[in-house]
Design a protein around this ligand. Structure first.
Ligand code: ATP
Ligand code: MG
Length: 245
C-alpha cells in the first residue's frame, strides 16, 4: 500500500485553456520524505491541493493509503492529510494562539484536546503564548503556530508548501526536526521548497515538475548527480555549482 498513489492525473483550472498538470503518475511510499521541486508556476501547489482533496483532478485517480480519495469523508481526509499552506500566516484567524491550534482538533472531534495543544505548544516554544493574540506575534512565531496547528492533528501524510522558515534559523531547524521525527514514526512527508540545501538535508526522494509534467522522480542522490535536470530547473549556476537557498 502506498501513502499516495496517483494514476494518470490531469488537471485544468476552470477558466484555463491549458492544462496545469499533465499525465501525472506517481506514488509515495509510506514513511518516506519527498521533496517536490520545480520552477515557479510548475504546478507544485496544485498537485499538493489535489493530494489534500482541495482540488479534484479533471482526469485520473488519486488514492490515499490505498483508498480512493473520493471515498474519504472530509473529516477523515482532514485527519489523514495535513497541509501547511504556502504563506500560512495569512490563514490564521483565531483570537488566541490556543484557539488557533485547537481549531482543527475541535473540528474533527478529537479527544484530549487540551493535552494535545499543550504538548505541541511546548514543542514549538509557544507555551507562554497560548492566551495571546496570534496577530501580535512575530512572523517566525506565526509560522510556528501554523505548523503546530497542522501537526496537532497527527496526520499520516504531511505536506509543507514552501515553508519560509528558512529565514528564521530556529524555525529552519524545527522543519528539519519535524520531518526527521515524522519519518521515525513511519509517516510520509512532502516538502515543497526552492531551497536545495533544505531539500538536501530533509528528504530521501525527489519529484521534479516542470510546466506541469514530472521530469524526474526518484532517489535524491540520483537527482543531485543529474546535472542536466539540475540545470534545467535552475538549481545550477553557470559554473555548475548548486545555487543554495
Ligand atoms: N486558481 C487558479 N486559477 C487559474 N490558474 C491558476 C490558479 N492557481 C494557479 N494557477 C496556475 O497554475 C499554474 C501552476 O500554479 P501553482 O501555484 O500550482 O505552481 P507552483 O509550482 O506552486 O508555483 P510557486 O513556486 O510559485 O508556488 C500556474 O500557471 C498558475 O498561474
Ligand atoms: Mg506554490
Amino acid at each position: 500500500m502506498y501513502a499516495v498513489y496517483i494514476n494518470d492525473v490531469w488537471f485544468r483550472y476552470e477558466d484555463n485553456i491549458e492544462w496545469t498538470l499533465y499525465d501525472i503518475d506517481m506514488n509515495l511510499k509510506l514513511g518516506t520524505s519527498v521533496g517536490l521541486v520545480g520552477p515557479t508556476g510548475s504546478g507544485k501547489t496544485t498537485l499538493a491541493k489535489i493530494i489534500k482533496g482541495l482540488l479534484k483532478p479533471t482526469r485520473g485517480e488519486v488514492y490515499i493509503l490505498g483508498k480512493k480519495i473520493d471515498d474519504y469523508s472530509s473529516i477523515e481526509l482532514a485527519k489523514t492529510v495535513g497541509y501547511l499552506f504556502q504563506n500560512p500566516t495569512h490563514q490564521i484567524f483565531s483570537l488566541t494562539v490556543y484557539d488557533e491550534i485547537a481549531f482543527g482538533p475541535r473540528n474533527i472531534g478529537m479527544e484530549n484536546i487540551e493535552d494535545r495543544v499543550n504538548k505541541i505548544a511546548e514543542k514549538f516554544g509557544l507555551s507562554d503564548k497560548l492566551s495571546l493574540s496570534p496577530f501580535n506575534l512575530s512572523t517566525g512565531e506565526k509560522e510556528r503556530i501554523a505548523i503546530a496547528s497542522v501537526l496537532v492533528m497527527e496526520p499520516e501524510i504531511l505536506i509543507l508548501d514552501e515553508p519560509t522558515l528558512g529565514q528564521d534559523y530556529k524555525n529552519y531547524n524545527i522543519i528539519k526536526q519535524v520531518i526527521y521525527e515524522l519519518k521515525k514514526e513511519g509517516k510520509t512527508t512532502v516538502l515543497i521548497s526552492h531551497e536545495i540545501d533544505l531539500i538536501n538535508s530533509c528528504v530521501d526522494e525527489i519529484i521534479a515538475l516542470k510546466n506541469g509534467k514530472i521530469m524526474f522522480l526518484g532517489n535524491k542522490r540520483d537527482f543531485l548527480k543529474n546535472e542536466d535536470i539540475l540545470e534545467e530547473l535552475s538549481f545550477l549556476d553557470k559554473n555548475f555549482n548548486l545555487v543554495l537557498g
